[in-house]
Design a protein around this ligand. Structure first.
Ligand code: MSP
Length: 645
């Protein structure tokens, strides 16, 4: 009989920043599923990798004085090391710079082009000439380049477009006919209402303003842009478009693409449309998990949380970290990470509950029976309860893991751990041990404890593979096991245990937090996290307080001759010396609307020359809509020079 197959993927990561614990989350979650499926006899393909092209990488490499390939090679090596450290069992690591991927993407592009799904058009946007970058209206708020502060102008660039609009109806139809394609379900409505209903625009799939990418096969002046290159990794990794499509035929369509919620749109709109264009089946599921966020400075003792998975794994062990991530946060929702929560979990769930259970049991078997449980056992009144709970937990955990409800599965498993600890208190083995006639009962208690722990070792294996093996070694049972062994209570005929090291030593919270504080230095050293607002990272109060905001009164205001968008403001900032600021608000305000008004000035911004005007600072304005900017005015009563914090 042919084996059941299972294909799971993580996103491919940008090798631009150091990966933090949020990135680790997707990969650990996928690894737990892959391990679970293997334990269940599935022929599993688990894919992860890196997304290496694009202007950002090209720029960073230039800054580092390296070629883009040299630049990414080093970072990718670090990412591979991180996955090794985290005990990630991916079957393949794809790089979008792999020759096979590049060739296959060109074939895909050609196929779509031949079909008429890709056409040449014009990309229009706001362009900053010195930076050679296109920006959206929102990014270039006030008409200024967010990178250099210079004014941006409307520009057109020849580009290739994918006919995304053509697939809108088929996408909605597909969602409706395949409930469970997008999970959590709430995200499906978000896609339909926020993106598809307002009308899908065709998608720009090439650029000619940078060169670090896969060449467009029909035009060497262009490189293939971002999502067509990135998303197709899920099939090129299986050999699609190569001479050998065996893996593709075996594993496609994918069982689940596991991704963060910020990239759901690309996976549930662009990706299915690409696949439809290629006449390929769609993935069975796209699951968008929530984000791991940093808590808002609640941890008073620490200047910043340590979010580097290498540091955390080194201090607490890989399994503690894996456990924490999947237990603490309900998988589809956001959750807050803090070192304090992590240490609390380690102390209570791992050291107290699981660790104690194992060490107490093994010690008692050694103490009362010299390490081996005798064959003769009698039942106690508490046995049946424990047996039923263990078997029930195996079933519940199975269904929760299959539905990616990891935190629920772990909480069920921990109920069994608590009940097994309680079983010790109920059966009071130290009292049974005092009475020779109770030796049979004592043996039964020890046996049941070992069986329950053996079942627990199977149930935690997808999440905490090393711990599972450590426990099994102390129990003296095989380390080559399958999930179904958690479905039998009474599997082993006897146990010969061997005490090992303490699996999870307790951590002294105060001491640890103060050491972490030293290790983390300040907030600024922590890698920025993706936050609720896309592209906005959290900063600490230390960083915020570096920005000097003051009330300033506009004394004069004149248009800047060389730049239609700019107004030149003369401000009273309370110092007695006039200050000049150029602001890209001419489209929305006439000079006479502004004179006399009180505004918020960023006073310590480095001066910049904008179209011949030396601007010393900037004034704050809100982007009220795509093409509407409103200056933030202060109450008249606030004196010029007042600090704003
Ligand atoms: N390269 C794209 C993905 C292309 S997939 C065809 C990308 N890369 S990324 O490196 O920016 O992000 C990779 C994954 O990490 C995304 O799923 C993202 O949601 C996830 N996370 C990044 N920060 C995260 C948290 N703080 N918490 C949870 N997941 C986070 O996007």
């Amino acid at each position: 009989m042919q084996k059941k197959t299972y294909y799971i993927s993580t996103p491919i990561y940008y090798p631009s920043d150091k990966l933090h614990i949020g990135h680790t989350y997707s990969t650990v979650a996928a690894d737990a599923q892959a391990r679970y499926r293997r334990l269940n006899g599935y022929d599993t393909f688990f894919l992860t990798g890196t997304d290496e092209h694009g202007q950002k990488i090209e720029d960073k490499a230039r800054e580092a004085g390296e070629t883009p390939k040299e630049y990414v090679d080093k970072i990718v090596a670090g990412i591979k090391d991180l996955w090794k450290l985290m005990n990630i069992t991916n079957d393949k690591f794809i790089r979008t710079t792999d020759e096979q991927h590049e060739k296959a993407v060109q074939k895909i592009f050609q196929k779509m082009y031949d079909k008429g799904d890709i056409y040449k058009g014009c990309y229009e946007g706001l362009y900053c000439k010195p930076c050679e970058s296109f920006w959206t209206e929102t990014q270039a708020a006030g008409g200024l380049c967010p990178d250099c502060g210079r004014p941006v102008g409307k520009a057109k660039e020849e580009a290739y477009f994918f006919r995304l609009s053509k697939y809108a109806d088929r996408l909605v139809e597909y969602y409706e006919q395949h409930p469970g394609f997008i999970e959590p379900v709430s995200r499906q409505n978000e896609m339909i209402n926020n993106f598809i209903k307002p009308g899908l625009q065709d998608l720009c799939v090439s650029r000619s303003s940078f060169t670090w990418g896969i060449q467009v096969p029909v035009n060497p002046e262009h490189v293939i842009y971002v999502w067509l290159d990135a998303l197709t990794n899920y099939i090129t990794a299986l050999g699609y478009g190569s001479d050998n499509e065996e893996l593709f035929n075996k594993f496609w369509p994918c069982d689940v693409h596991l991704i963060g919620k910020d990239i759901i749109r690309f996976h549930t709109i662009y990706w299915p449309a690409f696949l439809m264009s290629l006449d390929l089946p769609l993935p069975k599921k796209v699951y968008g998990h929530g984000w791991v966020l940093l808590e808002g400075g609640k941890m008073s003792k620490s200047k910043g949380n340590v979010v580097d998975p290498v540091v955390l794994a080194d201090r607490y062990g890989v399994d503690a970290l894996r456990y924490y991530l999947l237990r603490e946060i309900a998988f589809g929702s956001d959750g807050v990470f803090s070192n304090e929560n992590l240490i609390n979990r380690i102390n209570s769930d791992l050291a107290n509950d699981l660790g104690n259970l194992v060490s107490r049991t093994v010690s008692m078997v050694e103490k009362y029976f010299g390490g081996t449980i005798p064959a003769e056992k009698e039942e106690t009144e508490f046995d049946q309860k424990l047996v039923s709970l263990a078997l029930e937990t195996s079933q519940k955990a199975q269904s929760d893991i299959e539905q990616l409800n990891y935190s629920v599965a772990l909480s069920e498993i921990w109920k069994l751990i608590s009940a097994t600890n309680k079983y010790i208190d109920e059966t009071v083995p130290w009292i049974l041990a005092k009475d020779e006639t109770k030796a049979g009962k004592l043996a039964a208690v020890m046996y049941n404890l070992c069986e329950s722990i053996r079942i627990i070792s199977v149930l935690i294996a997808p999440f905490m593979p090393e711990t599972s093996l450590k426990i099994r070694s102390q129990l003296g049972v095989n380390d080559d096991f399958i999930w179904d062994e958690s479905k039998t209570f009474g599997k082993e005929s006897t146990y010969t245990v061997k005490k090992g090291e303490i699996i999870f030593p307790r951590i002294d919270m105060e001491k640890e937090l103060s050491e972490l504080e030293k290790a983390s230095g300040s907030d600024d050293k922590a890698t920025p996290f993706k936050e609720e607002i896309e592209g906005v990272a959290k900063i600490g109060i230390d960083t915020f307080s570096l920005v000097d905001l003051r009330c300033a009164q506009i004394k004069e205001c004149v248009p800047v001759k060389k730049a239609k968008k700019l107004l030149q403001l003369t401000l009273d900032d309370g110092t007695g010396i006039d200050r000049t600021v150029a602001s890209g608000i001419a489209k929305w305000y006439k000079p006479e609307d502004l004179v006399g008004k009180k505004v918020i000035l960023v006073s310590n911004l480095k001066p910049a020359v904008l179209c011949g005007v030396e601007s010393k600072g900037m004034i704050l304005a809100a982007t009220a809509a795509e093409n509407d900017v409103k200056v933030v005015f202060l109450d008249e009563s606030v004196p010029a020079g007042s600090k704003i914090s």
